[in-house]
Design a protein around this ligand. Structure first.
Ligand code: ARG
Length: 724
């Protein structure tokens, strides 16, 4: 699953500045360094290696074969002695789409490099290896002692920077400090970043994204969700920015592959970088999501998807241009539909209320924790009237691409003028802004963009309580008056598009030839954007209500998890995902989605063919596949007259885990994790043991696609394939 926090969202955050379970199996995303605590259980479930095989800082271990991609949107694993990486197709999607044109359409036709020289550099893509991690809770706790709540943030930043500097001095490493259990524990992470990453191969998207949005988040599944990259280094093996002299990385460790096959109950482990879970969210938060904010997210994404789809149907060029953005928005559009449905269906709020009542009984005689649940209730009650408006900021007001682009442009120009005599700094800022602009331009579509702009504002007008409407919107409505709010906002869009120098790509390019802060300030698109610059907007419309809610919630969450750690002393309790490396162990496991229905652990090529619909945008198949199926060319990957395609395990994963290796009890790669299942879409908030499954592409399908359909023998030869 791809991290739900897209680049746009992270940018928005930048502008904003910013259950306890008995360990059995499956549930839990465990910390690699501490995996020894789970070892007995893992062994019982079929794990044959030792904790040191998983994580070791003195010699190569499995952690050294696993990387986080692009700062955490996905995971990938090294599978050869020449730095070859496997990840999901949807993780490589942007890179594949960006290298596709109607003339050389590798998104639709697939592509396998026959030699190093055919591999395609992906500018901006990087991977991080974890060098080591360290528990720094004592240092942080000491540093934060006697610090007021208000000063905690900056103090934490200061001590973190100091610890990172000490740990990385004289190396090419970088570090980060992450908090666990809502600030009850802290770890320092040291990483090594490689920046020369090249695209090596991908199946046609009719395989890599087979089933499209219809099958997304659902089992039974028939998707070949894989793509191939390679890490390059300098001749010394160290990270180096792209040059033609760079060589394929000789990794410390790579994963062998097993094509022996799997059966129900086999040990399975997912090792990667889960992004975020919210397993300790209280019933108040769940109610707010299901009743108020999730439906708004879905509605706003729907506006974007419809407008894009209409344009994508008009030309191949437009389809290729918009398909990556479309897929990203569509992925979490369906996610939020499913999450809402399943939170309700599984009655997660009732379940949480019972846990909270039990907690309150336990806390009744403990002064530090008593009344905690009432306090949650109170802060949510005060915040609730603003929750929809808050959701509209990220998912609506900041969604039109020009808004963030012009806000960042203002920031860049201000920084440039402050640094005018530092040529190097100026060049770097300019380069950063050019990248922002080109991302914006890459998905620019005048018809869709205007429509989205007007429809989002009209929806805002309708959904956000009138008393919270900012004056500038009322002014726009008055000045560009039409028969409905949508017509008015559409008139306003016409005005902006005709008069701004920052919206249309050609004019933006011209503006950038001689950009000035004064001209920016006069531009109507910037004037509009600056009205919704979150830094001012949030304060103007919410006063201190939003920041109060957030600060109070952070404090309550911290206390709640502190209490839970205390309440569960002696038992193992896993922390929420936070984009750090985790291990989830469990088994290949079937399930019953509803009464009278049983789902098997594995799908096959026969099922792919059953779903086949010629020329359909989601269920078409490439001729090579149809041909190989017809002639039963299954190579060494066939079983019982077909090829295994996808399988399920009961592992605990979330967005960011996409592309993670699924590893058997012997440490061999058996598949790549790529999705969750519909019946457990509430999983980021509550893990349901009965229903929650991880959907994986079987490594035999991956190899069959590369080998038999793609004739990528050069790649197969690099791998260490175990047949028994
Ligand atoms: N749901 C998957 C995930 O979050 C993405 C699958 C991509 N496929 C798609 N049809 N969008 O990682």
């Amino acid at each position: 699953m791809t991290n739900k926090y897209s680049r746009a969202f992270r940018l928005a955050i930048l502008l904003l500045l910013t259950f306890v379970s008995q360990v059995k199996a499956d549930e839990g995303m465990w910390i690699p360094m501490l995996i020894g605590k789970n070892y007995d259980q893992m062994k019982k479930q079929g794990f044959k290696l030792t904790p040191a095989d998983l994580y070791n800082i003195n010699k190569a271990s499995i952690k050294d074969a696993i990387v986080s991609m692009g700062g955490g949107f996905c995971t990938a694993e090294v599978v050869s002695g020449h730095g070859l990486l496997f990840t999901n197709h949807h993780c490589g999607y942007e890179a594949i789409a960006a290298n596709s044109t109607p003339q050389n359409d590798i998104l639709d036709n697939g592509f396998y490099a026959r030699s190093y020289s055919e591999e395609k550099l992906i500018p901006g893509l990087f991977v991080d290896f974890l060098v080591r991690m360290e528990d720094i809770t004592p240092q942080v706790t000491t540093a934060l002692k006697n610090t007021s709540d208000a000063d905690k943030g900056s103090k934490l930043q200061q001590i973190s920077q100091q610890l990172i500097n000490n740990a990385t001095k004289g190396t090419n490493y970088h570090g980060s400090v992450n908090d666990f259990y809502k600030g009850n524990q802290y770890f320092l992470y040291i990483y090594e970043k490689y920046t020369d990453i090249r695209l090596v191969g991908a199946p046609p998207q009719s395989i890599g994204k087979f089933g499209g949005d219809t099958d997304n988040w659902e089992w039974p599944r028939h998707t070949g969700d894989f793509s191939i990259f390679r890490i390059y280094s300098g001749k010394d093996g160290k990270p180096a920015d792209y040059t033609t002299d760079n060589v394929p990385l000789s990794p410390k460790k790579f994963l062998p592959i097993s094509i022996k096959g799997i059966k129900n109950g086999d040990f399975a482990m997912v090792y990667g970088y889960p992004g975020r879970t919210d397993r300790f969210l209280t019933s108040n938060g769940i109610r707010l999501a299901t009743e108020e904010t999730n439906p708004i997210i879905v509605k706003l994404r729907d506006i974007r998807l419809r407008a894009w789809k209409e344009e994508m149907n008009k030309s191949v060029d437009t389809r290729l241009k918009l398909s990556s953005e479309y897929a990203q928005i569509a992925n979490y559009w369906k996610y939020f539909i499913g999450q809402t449905d399943q939170l309700k269906h599984l009655r997660i709020d009732t379940q949480k209320q019972a846990e909270e009542a039990e907690f309150s009984r336990w806390a009744a005689d403990k002064p530090e924790y008593m009344g905690l649940m009432q306090k949650y209730h109170d802060i949510y009650t005060a915040y609730e009237p603003y929750a929809i408006h808050r959701t509209y900021i990220n998912e609506g007001l900041l969604a039109p691409g020009f808004v963030i682009t012009t806000l960042l442009l203002n920031r860049s120009l201000a920084a440039i003028s402050a640094q005018a005599d530092n040529q190097e700094k100026v060049a770097a800022i300019r380069k950063g802004q050019e990248e922002t602009n080109s991302k914006y331009v890459a998905t620019y579509n005048e018809t869709a963009d205007k429509k989205i702009f007007a429809q989002i504002l009209a929806a805002f007008y309708q959904d956000v309580p009138r008393s919270q409407h900012p004056q500038f919107l009322e002014d726009i409505l008055l000045k560009y008056k039409g028969t409905t709010p949508e017509v008015s906002f559409s008139n306003y869009a016409d005005y902006l598009w005709a008069n701004s120098r920052l919206i249309q790509p050609a004019r933006l390019k011209e503006f950038m030839n001689n950009p000035s802060l004064a001209d920016l300030a006069k531009d109507p698109a910037y004037q509009y954007a600056s009205n919704i610059n979150p830094q001012n907007y949030v304060r103007n419309v919410f006063g201190s209500k939003l920041s109060d809610f957030e600060t109070q919630k952070i404090a309550l969450d911290h206390l709640y998890e502190k209490a839970l750690l205390e309440k569960n002393e002696g038992k193992l309790m896993y922390p929420d995902a936070n984009s750090t490396m985790r291990i989830s162990y469990g088994n290949v496991q079937d399930y019953a989605p509803k009464d009278g229905v049983e789902y098997k652990i594995q799908t096959t090529l026969d099922g792919v063919i059953e779903k086949y619909k010629a020329k359909d945008s989601e269920f078409d198949l490439p001729p090579s596949l149809l041909d190989a199926y017809q002639h039963k060319i299954f190579g060494q990957y066939g079983v019982d007259g077909t090829v295994p395609v996808d399988f399920i395990t009961n592992n605990d994963i979330t967005g960011g885990n996409s592309g993670s290796p699924v590893i058997n009890g012997n440490g061999e790669l058996i598949g790549l994790a790529f999705d969750g299942n519909w019946e457990a879409m509430s999983g980021d908030i509550a893990f349901d043991k009965k229903y929650k499954r991880t959907i994986c592409v079987d490594i035999r399908y991956v190899l069959w696609c590369i080998d038999v359909l793609g004739h990528g023998n050069n790649l197969i030869d690099e791998l260490d394939i175990h047949k028994k």
